[in-house]
Design a protein around this ligand. Structure first.
Ligand SMILES: Nc1ncnc2c1ncn2[C@@H]1O[C@H](COP(=O)(O)OP(=O)(O)OP(=O)(O)O)[C@@H](O)[C@H]1O
Length: 268
C-alpha cells in the first residue's frame, strides 16, 4: 500500500486536518531582539475534500501554519495532524504550491513532473502514463519536452500543479499561489483549480490576501488575527457550486465579501 492509499483507508469521517492549540515561537537573533510568537492556541479542522481558505493580515502566521502542515517546520506546542497522524516531516501525501512555481530549470516539463516518483524510486510505466495524462489535463501536452524558461507564468504554474498531482496527494497546501499573476492568468488558474477540485475533491488549504478569491474558491474562510495568529472567525461560503468568476457579481457574493471584510477589519 502506498502512503496515499494508507491515508485514504484510514481517513474515515475524521477531519483531514486537525490543528489543535498550536503555538509557534520563533527564536530571536539575540537577547535584545526577542523572538516572535507567531501563533498561540491556534485551532482549526478541515474536513476531507473541503476547500478551506486562510485569510489574514500580513504576518499573522498563515505561511507558518502551512509550513507546519507541509512538515517543513514543527509546532512548539499543540498538535498538527493530517489524516489522524502527527506531521513529522514532508511527504508525497501533501502537495505544496507556492507563489513562485518551484521547477528545476535544467529538467524538461515532463522530467520535472517525474522528479518526485524518480527520487522515490517509484518511476514505472503507470507513473509515466499518469504524468503524460496530467500534462494533457493541465493543457501542457505539447509542452512536455520544453524547459521552464520557455513557458509563460501560467504554464509554469500548471506544470508545478502536474508535478504535485502526480504524487496523488491527499492534501494540497497552497500559499498565495496566484498572487504574482496578472489578472487574466489569475482568473484562468482559479477556474483550472476549481475544475480540478470539483473533479478530484482533494482537500485544499489555500492561503490568500484576497477576500474575493477566498469567497470564490472556499467552502469556508478562516479569517485570522495577528500577533500572535489566532482564528478570528470561520465563515461558511453558502454559494452554489460550480462557481465561476461571473458569480462574483451577484448580490449574495457581494454580501459575503462584505461579511468577510468586516471580520478582517474587526482586527484593526
Ligand atoms: N523563520 C522565521 N524566523 C523568525 N520569525 C519568523 C520566521 N518566519 C516567520 N516569522 C515571523 O512570524 C510571523 C508570521 O509569519 P508568516 O510568514 O507565517 O505570516 P503570513 O501571515 O504568512 O504573512 P504574509 O501574508 O505577509 O505572507 C511574522 O511576524 C514573521 O516575521
Amino acid at each position: 500500500m502506498t502512503i496515499t492509499q494508507q491515508a485514504r483507508a484510514g481517513a474515515g469521517n475524521r477531519p483531514a486536518v486537525e490543528i489543535i492549540g498550536v503555538r509557534k515561537q520563533f527564536a530571536g537573533r539575540s537577547r535584545r531582539a526577542p523572538g516572535r510568537l507567531a501563533l498561540d492556541g491556534f485551532d482549526l479542522t478541515v474536513a476531507p475534500g473541503e476547500f478551506l481558505c486562510l485569510l489574514g493580515p500580513s504576518g499573522c502566521g498563515k505561511s507558518t501554519l502551512l509550513n507546519m502542515l507541509a512538515g517543513f517546520s514543527h509546532p512548539d506546542g499543540g498538535e498538527v495532524l493530517v489524516d489522524k497522524r502527527p506531521v513529522t516531516g514532508p511527504g508525497p501525501d501533501r502537495g505544496v504550491l507556492f507563489q513562485t512555481p518551484m521547477l528545476f530549470p535544467w529538467l524538461s516539463v515532463l522530467d520535472n513532473v517525474l522528479y518526485g516518483p524518480r527520487a522515490r524510486h517509484e518511476l514505472d510505466g503507470d507513473t509515466r502514463r499518469r504524468a503524460v495524462e496530467l500534462l494533457e489535463t493541465v493543457g501542457l501536452g505539447d509542452a512536455r519536452d520544453a524547459y521552464p524558461h520557455e513557458l509563460s507564468g501560467g504554464m509554469r504554474h500548471r506544470a508545478a500543479f502536474a508535478r504535485v498531482l502526480v504524487n496523488r496527494p491527499r492534501l494540497l497546501l497552497m500559499d498565495e499561489p496566484f498572487g504574482a499573476l496578472d489578472a487574466i492568468t489569475r482568473v484562468a488558474m482559479q477556474r483550472f483549480l476549481l475544475d480540478l477540485w470539483q473533479r478530484d475533491r482533494i482537500t485544499i488549504v489555500f492561503v490568500t490576501h484576497d477576500v474575493e478569491e477566498a469567497a470564490l474558491l472556499g467552502d469556508r474562510v478562516c479569517v485570522m488575527s495577528g500577533s500572535p495568529g489566532r482564528t478570528r472567525a470561520v465563515i461558511d461560503v453558502d454559494l452554489p457550486r460550480p462557481r465561476t468568476i461571473a458569480d462574483t457579481e451577484t448580490l449574495e457574493f457581494v454580501r459575503l465579501k462584505r461579511h468577510i471584510r468586516e471580520a478582517l477589519e474587526g482586527e484593526h
